[in-house]
Design a protein. Structure first.
Length: 482
């Protein structure tokens, strides 16, 4: 009897201690902790950066998926490696010679430099420089060299599906010679009422992409309804577009990931060369080999500075740009996403107080990434302490009140105006809602925070509408109390 009573007393004490421990952990994150009751796994921490004082914590050492919060690691590692003003260079090279009449005798090689934001506009500039060098005709091939990386093996369901069918732009495939973010762009404009719409390329005068146009033009003030997908067969990519567009509608741009970014570059660049008056005798080919060491440079164009690339990567959570930057961190040729992940893990391991991390991509599109809230806080603290890099790093984050992503415009005015953040979202295989960044207190002191929320197979779907207000309430209380 006494043993039974003792066991009951001990169990009661353990329950009480467990409750007290949870309450202590949830201090500062009382609202976020409500999601734990629904079965969600949570890791959260907020602290002041000057003193290191922890304002709130909830299982801060628990490693969870950060989704696109991973992009903060990519941005920090890129800044640490190259600095804000670094530019990626794309070149035309050849081992051939140019005769007095302007004919290049040999292949014209585009050497991809891994520029995450290389667009048709930069290619036009590159072609102009080629013409200035005296080249008017190429009697060999146009060769697209993706020797650094590409094609990169897909490691997620979305990217693997993109090889045969593209229904979005966020899962674009990777290549060091990719253009236009690895996606095709087409413009749909109304035709005459009752007739098919006009579909043109965003990049070339004559479209290089096959188009299956099933869009009708309807009367003015009608409803706009467009559906598009890129499909691939033995002949290459085709953009299938259906629906309707009113006669008074503005042109609508459609973006769909290509099945082969380097091949897309070849098609587009060949068309641009021909349209600029530079004839290419033998079409184009894609190569994974570097140009011969005897090749000479005919023209080169530098991309946008890294600080501008990071602004786009973080503000718009661009997976293609983030993973391309992560691939750029690797050394050697024909690297894969796992190699980029290892470089990010090495960078994280060198941050004071960070602890272990699993990073399988630079975008967070891979669900296997794992970090803790304490680790993310360590990253944020390290970047805050770096006076030369911090302004560029924080500039890529969103202030909710005026950020480009409208879904973050929730919570109190204090939260809206005093927080700079990066979000992360995954819906498969489980729900992930992650958020991290900086805040300024009423007194102007800087703080950092990270909240990682992961679901399980048995938890309900969690929207930002449900989760963000809870995070905002907790951070608002911390900001106002300091």
């Amino acid at each position: 009897m006494r043993q039974a009573l003792y066991r009951g007393f001990l169990a009661s004490c353990l329950v009480s201690l467990s409750t007290l421990s949870l309450a202590a952990q949830a201090a500062g994150f009382d609202h976020v902790a409500q999601l734990a009751d629904k079965g969600f796994a949570i890791s959260a921490q907020a602290r002041l950066l000057g003193s290191g004082e922890v304002l709130g914590a909830l299982d801060p050492d628990r490693a969870l998926s950060p989704a696109s919060v991973t992009k903060l690691y990519t941005a920090a590692a890129a800044l640490d490696r190259w600095g804000p003003q670094h530019r990626f260079t794309t070149r035309f090279v050849s081992v051939g010679s140019v005769d007095p009449g302007g004919t290049l005798h040999g292949d014209l090689v585009l050497e991809g430099g891994g520029d995450p934001a290389l667009t048709s506009e930069e290619l036009w500039r590159l072609i102009q420089k080629l013409r200035e060098s005296g080249v008017k005709r190429v009697d060999g091939q146009l060769v697209i060299s993706q020797w650094r990386f590409g094609p990169v093996r897909c490691t997620t369901t979305d990217r693997c599906e993109t090889r045969t069918r593209g229904t979005n732009a966020y899962s674009a495939l990777l290549s060091s010679a990719a253009i236009n973010y690895g996606s095709w762009c087409a413009t749909v404009a109304p035709g005459s009422v009752g007739q098919p719409a006009r579909i043109t390329s965003c990049d070339t005068v004559t479209p290089t992409l096959r188009v299956d146009n099933q869009v009708r033009t309807v009367a003015a003030n009608g409803s706009l309804s467009l559906s598009a997908a890129r499909v691939t067969d033995s002949q290459g990519d085709t953009l299938k577009v259906s629906g309707q567009i009113p006669a008074d509608s503005f042109p609508q741009a459609i973006y769909k990931a290509s099945s082969d970014p380097a091949d897309q570059t070849g098609q587009t660049l060949l068309a641009l060369l021909q349209q600029s008056g530079v004839a290419v005798g033998r079409g184009y080919a894609v190569s994974q080999q570097p140009p011969p060491v005897t090749a000479t440079q005919l023209a080169a164009v530098e991309g946008k500075p890294l600080q501008e690339l990071l602004l786009r990567t973080l503000n718009y959570s661009n997976n293609f740009m983030a993973d391309t930057l992560a691939m750029d961190l690797t050394v050697g040729s024909q690297q894969q996403l796992a190699d980029a992940g290892e470089m990010l893990e090495r960078f994280a391991a060198g941050l004071p107080g960070h602890g272990p991390a699993t990073l399988k991509s630079g975008s967070g599109l891979t669900p296997g990434n794992r970090v803790s809230a304490r680790s993310v806080d360590a990253l944020l603290a390290a970047m805050y302490a770096n006076a030369s890099l911090f302004p560029t790093f924080v500039a890529g984050m969103q202030v909710p009140t005026n950020g480009p992503m409208h879904f973050i415009r929730r919570g109190s005015e204090v939260f809206q105006d005093h927080v700079m953040l990066k979000t992360g979202t995954l819906n498969e295989p489980v729900t992930v809602r992650a958020i991290a960044g900086y805040f300024r207190t009423r007194e102007g002191r800087w703080g950092s925070f990270a909240v990682l929320i992961n679901g399980t197979a048995s938890t309900p779907y969690l929207s930002w509408r449900e989760s963000l207000p809870l995070i905002a309430e907790d951070l608002t209380a911390m900001i106002e109390s300091h």
